[in-house]
Design a protein around this ligand. Structure first.
Ligand SMILES: C[S@@+](CC[C@H](N)C(=O)[O-])C[C@H]1O[C@@H](n2cnc3c(N)ncnc32)[C@H](O)[C@@H]1O
Length: 291
């Protein structure tokens, strides 16, 4: 049972809530024209490194005739996704040794996974399982913009907590997070060098601003709750990874402060006290074909 990612890097709620937003139908035109897949066809689509399943869920909605299979190494993500997303096959497995036959998929897709896996293995396996004429889609996060609401600023207690463990957390190196980053020029060139043809690139740029009236309440609250989940998971992860530096009492206090701040942010949303906090999320999109 492998739960390294969900225990030490990003928790289930952090990933599921943030990705559910990014792959909301509101934004689907940012992706579908670029993907350029025939939605009438019975495509067999494989999502690699699916986490708790938000993209697979969106693909299931967007490509009604497709069969969606999704794989991840983290057992907790797969268990969560299986329970919540009917109609998609979720499997535990390794992207560097995919448990599928050669030429068995029309499409492979991944979101924020390519930077964590050795490229020859990552793309080599996709090339192997894709059919002739198949499409490899890669979504890769770029630096965006994040302005927090004033009411979410760190208190002195929180600043002291984070500064205490700042140099002690080595989870990123231990679990090889972001070991293989590709810049904007390198990434498409890498796909070509791995044998993919007609490589194209694009960007999905999403503005996530809870106070913007163009968003329905459900989405605006989703944005605030995604940020809350991120902060809560960060505290829980620190306590799991660095229990010798963080006491249970400190963890409880940090969780209390965080919940209180986000409860206040939600109240401000409902009373119309605009904060105009915003996240601009930038995702590079890559598409290559196996000819
Ligand atoms: C940044 S998370 C992204 C998860 C998901 N794509 C999303 O956007 O919510 C990276 C994911 O890659 C998975 N992963 C990393 N290395 C892997 C490997 N060799 N095989 C399968 N999954 C892997 C992790 O378990 C994690 O779920």
């Amino acid at each position: 049972m492998n739960t390294n990612w969900s225990d030490h890097i990003q928790g289930i709620n952090t990933l599921f809530l943030s990705r559910q937003l990014r792959f909301d139908d509101h934004f689907k035109d940012q992706y579908l024209p670029f993907f350029s897949l025939d939605s009438e066809k019975k495509l067999r689509i494989l999502e690699i490194g699916c986490g708790p399943g938000a993209l697979a869920t969106a693909l299931h909605r967007w490509y009604l005739n497709a069969e969606i299979v999704a794989i991840d190494r983290d057992s907790a993500f797969i268990a969560y996704a299986r329970e919540r997303v009917p109609g998609v096959t979720f499997l535990e497995g390794d992207a560097t040794s995919l448990p599928f036959d050669d030429a068995s998929f029309d499409v492979t897709i991944s979101n924020t996974v390519s930077e964590h896996i050795e490229p020859n293995a990552f793309y080599g396996e996709q090339m192997r399982v894709l059919k002739k004429g198949g499409v490899c889609l890669v979504l890769s996060g770029r630096k965006g913009i994040h302005h927090r609401a004033a009411c979410l600023e760190e208190s002195e207690y929180e600043k002291a907590f984070w500064s205490k463990i700042r140099d002690k957390d080595h989870s990123m190196e231990t679990y090889q997070v972001c070991k293989y980053p590709q810049n904007e020029q390198q990434h498409p060139a890498l796909l070509s060098s791995m044998g993919f043809s007609n490589v194209s690139t694009g960007y999905a740029i999403l503005d996530l601003t809870p106070d913007d009236p163009k968003y329905p309440d459900e989405m605006s609250l989703g944005m605030i709750e995604a940020e809350r989940a991120n902060d809560i998971d960060a505290i829980l992860s620190v306590r799991r990874s660095l229990s010798e530096y963080v006491s249970r009492a400190e963890e409880v206090e940090m969780l209390r402060i965080t919940q209180e701040k986000f409860d206040r942010r939600i109240r401000q949303y409902f009373t119309g006290e605009k904060q105009w906090d915003t996240t601009v999320s930038v995702t590079m999109l890559l598409r290559g074909e196996k000819l």
